[in-house]
Design a protein around this ligand. Structure first.
Ligand SMILES: [Zn+2]
Length: 483
């Protein structure tokens, strides 16, 4: 498998330190609020990475942490007059709920920063002993950036460029503007732990170095692109200064999510939480949408894009449903033989996997799912072709492939009939269509048809169309969908 390595800035063959075992660490959330779509993207990208590595036969040890102590958590607790532990545990639970809905497999380990205070203190002590850190008179401990020569190797930044952006916050007591806090002395009333430098709490960057220390060297370290600098740069400095090994061989970073072409931010008021989105869309649609772009590209969350993803998803589920119906039929014919279609079909299966092997190109892999559905639909639409034995073989394998797509991408694992009913329900909700009103009109229309009152039946069909509902008269009765 090829992976793009942020550290070397090129795609490289994935070769783990221990053959057959992939150790992956991804930076998790700071638990102070509901998670937004950017968190969903990162979680889904690394979920698909672990799914694919497992499918390739690797044992995967997947670790994703929680930051459960931080300024943001303390501020929220103070403003809501709650205990900070209650704030972080509330949002960790909410995160787990969101992930479950999105079909994100739970990591093997989910360490929390406050369970590693002792390890953090010991790491600070080692860094101080090595000359890489110092305790300031106010009880803070800082990392001495200039003491660690390779600093900047991940982000490609030179120290002097960083200096321009560095600032000393009020109350900080640094030797150099570039230095960053490993341990912060606590103000009165703040949560704190005893340490050799007085009561305090850990800085953000040191947590990850302490939590992943037992697993070094990691094979893959990941997170959003916004973490490259300073968070991951600082993690490398803290870890590598002490372990004298590489923190991770491969660094993977997923791109940003923008909202309607704008950066998402609370101040712009375009903040999209996962739960807000799932009020209007199925979780599998959000997943399918996010995987529709290569993970390193930015992605634009917009209504039209989601509708398009939803339409595409419906098309594939319909093809699965129709193919399943076709295979229930008897009387397959030997002719016509379909060698070209069989060849196309087996090529598509190969290409799906190859796309994922190539730096997890989910967009391309999904393209092959669409191509497979097109091939199946073309066969289904042709009376002569669809009763051929070869077509039957393609239909069966197409249906079986859904299990592979589900295992790899976490999509198309549901019963098509159940999925399509759920889809209709959420679309009705999103478009404010009253389902019980639709049911009443359909009922009335059914009676009109039974009475052969076609004028009334047509009028009721128009009424439904005005509501945004399409009705089809099938052998089994009236079928409807949101147009
Ligand atoms: Zn981290």
């Amino acid at each position: 498998m090829l992976l793009y390595n942020t550290l070397t800035r090129r795609k490289e063959e994935f070769i783990p330190v221990t053959p057959g075992l992939a150790r992956i660490y991804v930076c998790g959330i700071t638990a102070y609020d509901y998670c937004h779509i950017g968190h969903a993207r990162s979680a889904i990208v690394f979920d698909v990475l672990t799914r694919h590595l497992r499918d390739l036969g690797f044992d995967v040890l997947f670790i994703r942490n929680f930051t459960d102590i931080d300024d943001k958590i303390i501020n929220r607790a103070n403003s809501e007059n709650r205990d900070w532990r209650e704030v972080s545990s509330t949002y960790i639970a909410a995160f787990n709920e969101d992930m479950e809905k999105l079909g994100v497999v739970r990591p093997d380990l989910t360490p929390k920063a406050t369970d590693y205070i002792q390890e953090i203190i010991e790491l600070c002590q080692k860094l101080i002993a090595g000359g890489y850190a110092y305790a300031a008179p106010n009880g803070d401990v800082y990392f001495r950036v200039r003491a660690y020569k390779p600093y900047g190797k991940l982000s490609g930044r030179a120290l002097d460029d960083m200096r321009a952006g560095a600032r000393v916050a009020p109350g900080e007591d640094k030797e150099d503007d570039l230095d960053f806090a490993l341990w912060k002395s606590s103000k009165p009333g703040e949560p704190s732990w005893p340490s050799p430098w007085g009561a305090g709490r850990p800085g953000w960057h040191i947590e990850c170095s302490a939590m992943n220390q037992p697993f070094l060297p990691l094979d893959i370290h990941g997170g959003g692109q916004d973490l490259i600098f300073p968070h991951h740069e600082n993690e490398i400095a803290q870890s590598e200064a002490v372990c004298h090994c590489e923190l991770a061989r491969y660094w993977m970073h997923n791109g940003f999510v923008r909202i309607e072409s704008e950066k998402m931010s609370k101040s712009l008021g375009n903040f999209k939480t996962i739960r807000g989105i799932l009020e209007e869309w199925l979780p599998e649609t959000l997943r399918f949408f996010l995987l529709g772009k290569h993970y390193r590209s930015p992605i634009d969350f917009a209504y039209d894009g989601m509708e398009e993803a939803e339409k595409g998803q419906k098309k594939i589920y319909l093809a699965l449903k129709d193919a399943a119906e076709a295979t229930r039929r008897n009387g397959w014919k030997k002719t016509p033989a379909l060698p070209a279609q069989l060849e196309e079909w087996s090529g598509l299966k190969e290409k799906f996997r190859e796309a994922l092997d190539d730096d997890l190109n989910t967009a391309q892999a999904i393209g092959y799912i669409f191509a497979a559905a097109r091939l199946v639909n073309n066969l289904l639409e042709d009376k002569k072709l669809r009763s051929s034995e070869d077509a039957g073989k393609i239909f069966e394998e197409f249906i079986a492939s859904a299990a592979l797509w589900n295992r790899e991408l976490g999509v198309f694992g549901r019963d098509p009939g159940v999925f399509l009913a759920d889809l209709r329900r959420i679309r009705a909700k999103r478009k404010n269509i009253d389902e019980s009103l639709v049911a009443n009109i359909l009922n009335e229309r059914g009676q009109a048809r039974a009475n052969k009152d076609y004028a009334l039946s047509d009028k009721l069909r128009d009424d439904l169309a005005n509501l945004g509902v399409e009705v089809r008269d099938a052998a089994s009765g009236q079928e409807w969908d949101i147009s």
